[in-house]
Design a protein around this ligand. Structure first.
Ligand SMILES: NC(=O)c1ccc[n+]([C@@H]2O[C@H](COP(=O)([O-])OP(=O)(O)OC[C@H]3O[C@@H](n4cnc5c(N)ncnc54)[C@H](O)[C@@H]3O)[C@@H](O)[C@H]2O)c1
Length: 324
């Protein structure tokens, strides 16, 4: 496997997973397949009772795609524990994935800072609460950082690392090293910003998508084809800058010299970005069709994860000139 621990002694690589919902269980998968010992805790007894079987199943599913060598051995490295203190015992890295409220993040990080061993990095999966909002008063605030994943992190590797102004350079470097060691792709968000990078890009695209549907330019289904069967095919393995580099013989500068006037014209009627109104999203939702039943969501999520796993296996062969 390409994944590995970061210590000289692999036995010493212990991660604490705090919160065993959708994201926490997926993080457990990421670390377990990389050979780490995983200590999972959730305050909900039913969540704790279900967690091990769910994580084991997700590891098993990966093996079919060649993404885990021995899913049973990986599952054995996962231990569901009774308290937060048990989860962080001996850990060199903690990934918090509790509910997305400031109150919970404040309380959880206070408890983590009190219980975690010295030097242990404390990372939050938060999607939208910057670290300075919930770490300011902690003695160990320099070891706290946001490590924002994309759902599900065991199949979508990018992680946005974003520190508070007081997060130490050492914490950032160690969070980056841990993420790389377990096979994720960390990106450095250099300063705190609402929505980090990924969701800012997502809202820019969604804003224009809702506008095009609202104005009757395209149906929601055809809008989705434009991404799933168009732009998204390249975006599965290259970003927008690499895309445009190959869209003009002279690279990015050539592309911008050729096409900037077109894009200025397209966007001339959109002087400021404006997030969709209620009637705008309602129109798109009506045109899309009825909301899915929970069973449909579960079935489609399994299908999505299977396709993402196949894509992850495919992407292993990418960019040979960078692998050498
Ligand atoms: N779902 C996503 O698409 C997604 C993507 C990226 C980041 N995130 C972030 O990840 C975090 C978890 O999201 P999720 O989708 O897994 O939510 P979830 O509702 O599936 O899971 C949350 C879990 O936290 C547990 N919990 C409750 N109180 C807690 C506490 N005090 N300490 C620890 N755990 C507690 C709950 O029992 C539950 O199991 C959130 O901060 C969310 O913003 C979610």
């Amino acid at each position: 496997m390409a994944y590995k621990g970061i210590g000289m002694d692999q036995q010493a690589d212990i991660v604490g997973i705090v919160g065993a919902g959708l994201i926490g269980r997926s993080w457990a998968n990421v670390f377990a397949r990389a050979g780490w010992r995983v200590q999972v805790w959730d305050p909900s007894e039913p969540q704790r009772a279900a967690a091990h079987a769910q994580i084991a199943q997700s590891l098993h599913d990966l093996q079919a795609h060649g993404l885990v060598d021995d899913s049973a051995a990986a599952a054995q490295r996962v231990q569901v524990v009774a308290t937060l203190a048990d989860a962080v015992r001996g850990a060199r890295y903690v990934q918090e994935s509790g509910p997305e409220t400031l109150e919970v993040k404040l309380a959880t990080f206070a408890a983590l800072d009190a219980a975690a061993p010295a030097g242990c990095v404390l990372a939050s999966s938060t999607s939208a609460i910057v670290a300075s909002q919930f770490t300011a008063d902690l003695a160990g605030r320099d070891r706290c950082i946001v490590a924002h994943p994309v759902n599900p992190p065991h199949l979508v590797p990018v992680v946005e690392l974003c520190g508070a102004p007081w997060t130490s350079a050492d914490t950032k470097a160690r969070a980056d090293a841990v993420m790389r060691a377990v096979g994720q792709v960390p990106i450095d968000v250099k300063r705190e910003i609402d929505g980090f990078v990924l969701n800012r890009l997502q809202v820019a695209l969604l804003t224009e998508a809702f506008r095009l549907v609202q104005e009757g330019v395209v149906s929601p289904k055809d809008l989705d084809h434009t991404i799933a069967d168009g732009l998204g095919l390249r975006w599965a393995f290259m970003g927008p800058f690499e895309t445009i580099e190959l869209n003009a013989p002279g690279g990015i500068a050539d592309y911008c010299q050729r096409y900037t006037p077109w894009f200025r014209r397209y966007m001339a009627d959109l002087p400021t970005a404006r997030v969709w109104d209620d009637d705008q999203w309602q129109k798109a939702a009506d045109a899309w069709g009825p909301a899915p039943e929970p069973a449909d969501v579960a079935r489609k999520s399994l299908w999505r994860n299977d396709r993402l796993a196949a894509l992850a296996a495919h992407k292993r062969g990418r960019k040979p000139w960078q692998d050498s």
